[in-house]
Ligand binder design. Structure first.
Ligand code: C2E
Ligand code: MG
Ligand code: MG
Ligand code: MG
Length: 275
């Protein structure tokens, strides 16, 4: 950023723009490098129903040789803009399916939820990509879950609904991520045959602070019940939040209180210790 260059340096708009473009170019090149040099890794965050581990969410980690560790929020959008999300998303899907197959073959099956970006989901090859991953790894569909955001679904509701149906048909679970954070309406939602709603963590935070925050969660769980879908509470950080969201009807919880996203090795140890 221009400010970090020092108080006496004045940057024109064009210079500012150049710096931004330059930073984007640098990140884009670093992303390409990352794909070729295996700098990505999947971490897994446990999802619990009571004491029982019901699944994990795969979360992408990037340890870049040139940029250090970069969080997904800082590079996923750029990856989408540049189209690099296609090879990156493909890698994530393959990696997750491979891991799910390893756990299944070891007699400890565990469902893995994978975040899918809007462009990746919209791609005409997306379904065959999923089916290939399942087939190659001899993985039943119900050990894979796809997380979609509302933003994506609303762009082309009919197409999204049709694709979701096809996923469900092969046994793959589909959930709506960051639910409530976007601009969903109940009527949109009713046309989508999803398996679960993931309540955005801001709702969890607000519920602790206000009565109306609690009522929001109650409203969401009521909608979910009417649709016959599960509810997952995201970002549960404290015992108080856990007690609260459970009492408000969230069956499955995910958050730092239970576990941060961890490596495969750490998850193996976690499973041995907790289950
Ligand atoms: P998300 O799918 O909503 O994932 C949950 C995010 O919340 C993760 O951030 C997770 O580390 C964080 N989190 C979990 N529990 C807690 C908690 O108790 N407190 C707090 N403060 N945070 C918690 P992360 O890993 O940085 O990922 C950010 C977002 O990047 C994800 O949000 C998802 O939208 C996207 N993303 C991550 N991996 C992938 C991927 O493989 N593909 C795509 N397309 N997007 C991804
Ligand atoms: Mg997610
Ligand atoms: Mg989320
Ligand atoms: Mg999010």
């Amino acid at each position: 950023h221009a400010k970090s260059k020092g108080k006496n340096t004045f940057h024109t708009f064009t210079e500012e723009l150049f710096l931004t473009v330059h930073a984007r170019e640098k990140t884009k090149r670093a992303l390409q490098f990352a794909l070729e040099h295996a700098e990505f890794e999947l971490y897994y965050q446990p999802q619990l129903k009571g004491e029982r581990l019901v699944g994990v969410e795969a979360l992408l980690r990037w340890n870049s040789a040139s940029l250090g560790s970069v969080r997904p929020d800082e590079f996923i959008a750029l990856a989408e803009d540049t189209g690099l999300i296609f090879p990156i998303g493909q890698w994530v899907l393959e990696q997750a399916c491979r891991q799910a197959a390893i756990w299944k073959e070891a007699g400890r099956p565990l469902r893995i939820a994978v975040n899918i970006s809007p462009r990746q989901f919209a791609h005409p090859e997306f379904l065959s990509q999923v089916m290939n991953c399942l087939r190659i790894n001899n993985l039943p569909g119900d050990l894979l879950e796809i997380e979609l955001t509302e933003r994506l679904v609303i762009q082309d509701l009919q197409a999204a609904a049709a694709k979701i149906k096809q996923l469900l048909h092969i046994g793959v679970k589909v959930s709506l991520d960051d639910f409530g954070a976007g601009h969903s309406s109940i009527s949109y939602l009713m046309t989508l045959p999803v398996s679960a709603l993931k309540i955005d963590r801001n709702f969890v935070r607000n519920a602790e602070r206000s009565k109306s925050g609690q009522q929001m969660i109650q409203a969401i769980t009521a909608i979910a019940q009417a649709m016959d879908v599960h509810v997952v509470a995201e970002g549960v950080e404290t015992e108080a939040q856990l007690t609260l969201v459970s009492s408000l009807g969230c069956e499955v919880v995910q958050g730092f209180l239970l576990s941060r996203p961890i490596t495969v090795e750490q998850l193996e140890r976690w499973r041995l210790e907790n289950h």
